[in-house]
Write a protein that binds this ligand. Sequence first.
Ligand code: PEP
Ligand code: MG
Length: 588
Amino acid sequence: MRVSLTLHGIPVSCGIAIGRAYLIAPAALDVDHYLIEADQIDAEIDRFHAAQAAVVAELAELRDDLAADAPSEMGAFIDVHTMILNDAMLVQETIDLIRTRRYNVEWALAEQLEILGGYFDDIEDEYLRERKADIEQVVERLLKALAGAPTAASLVVHTAVSNGHNEMIVVAHDIAPADMLQFKTQAFKGFVTDLGGRTSHTAIVARSLGIPASVGVQQASVLIRQNDLIIVDGDHGIVIVDPAPIVLEEYSYRQSEKLLEQRKLQRLKFSPTQALCGTKIDLCANIELPEDAQVAVEAGAMGVGLFRTEFLFMNHKHQLPEEEEQFEAYKRAIELMNGKPVTIRTIDVGADKPLDSMSGGEGYETAPNPALGLRAIRWSLSEPQMFITQLRAILRASAFGPTKILIPMLAHAQEIDQTLDLIREAERQLDEAGIAYDRKIQVGAMIEIPAAAIAVRLFLSRLDFLSIGTNDLIQYTLAIDRADNSVAHLYDPLHPAVLNLIAFTLREAKRAGVPMSVCGEMAGDPSATRLLLGLGLTEFSMHPSQLLVVKQEILRSNLKAFEKPVADVLAAYEPAELQAALTALQKA
Ligand code: PEP
Ligand code: MG
């Protein structure tokens, strides 16, 4: 038995999870991965054998078709691939993964490929080392054969035995935001990744799941082994591997205390969101998928303040969803909100949310700095056909309930004008076809580039509402990549430059009478609630899981008492001064 190990990372989603490590190899993320039920094991192994037989036949056909004068290496390569297809290291080990870990066959194959690849990397002999490519090609053929075959009927619901700490905690080197979505349907209890920053989109999705997560836990996926007992302290970013009994007991106690607190918060669900001084506040939800709207309603959200539609576009290998598919998704969210407004943000891809189809486009992968490149509205304006398709789908959905359009990453007057022109064009097309939509649909912009905040007047005169995206506003103001854990300690929402930009933007919007919300992660952070209230914010949008804890803070707030400490916060440039003003604000 090894000694307990404590790893430190960045806390991104509160709470404590205790469970078994569930390691996910990078290659495994490129294929569907889900756990199968015990009674599906045989069927899954049959799928594997069927794919194996299909590839054997395919190779035999290839051999038959070889021209008489084909180079002899061609035949040799087919023989090698046929041998690999029957090799126990591939076949038996894959079957073992299906049996023992209950991986679906695609996942088991990808995992086994990863393991075998590791052996080959260590081989000195170049010729032998290159045989790794043969195994990859065989696995690729198998995966292709499987793609045409039916998969196990249902996604996992792992049977967790809570008192035995058998819940699963995902441990990975990194998880792309799109892959993170797959976990929405699965019963994992926590997340640990080697990479990532507090507002990386992976962290955001983890937070939306409402389960404890730590990212930037360097080497976690190397130091933690499959099935290790681990504790994830999502409040402090700590991960404890193989904890001593006394530590386990302490964390189990803290975990039950937290659950109790969460249950108590449920009582606030139906009370109006009003500060002690009487000011009414709107709390809205951020969602990634249409079904999340149900969770938003259940949490008592007044509406959806941010629907990140790019998640609909991910996992669509090399093509974008058609207008009809998008329309159905937007309509579904609108209908689930049952009369409450849904703010649909147009696609925001790029930076840490690339699309598969982008790799073929204008050298996206080689963009020197994707976060400063063709991202969000810049990409949409460069692909007008795609953009009009999305706009048409949103407009059509607006006939089914209150809807607003939100545009990400605008900075220039001409971008705003171009965008508005394209919206008019989409409306014109619908008019021509006699298709209904909300003719008074409101169009708003994200304020998430410092230039947009400073020149907010450009926006106030052109748009119906604004929403501050603090995640990007902080990233671009401080020049700190929000997904890069090596500079995560410098990603500071309380930097005087950030606070003064937010304050200025809110003031200008108020003066112009244009509604402004905050939909970045700061809106869902209860430690920032008083500050945002004191800066005059009356509309917050956040993950449903954060709604009640922020509401609790609002119910305890007297905005009048915040005036002086908030003025002090904005005037403070020295860290000690700032800290003193913030402490005074928390006590006000
Ligand atoms: C933001 O930047 O604050 C925001 C809400 O958008 P996203 O996190 O999707 O970039
Ligand atoms: Mg943003």
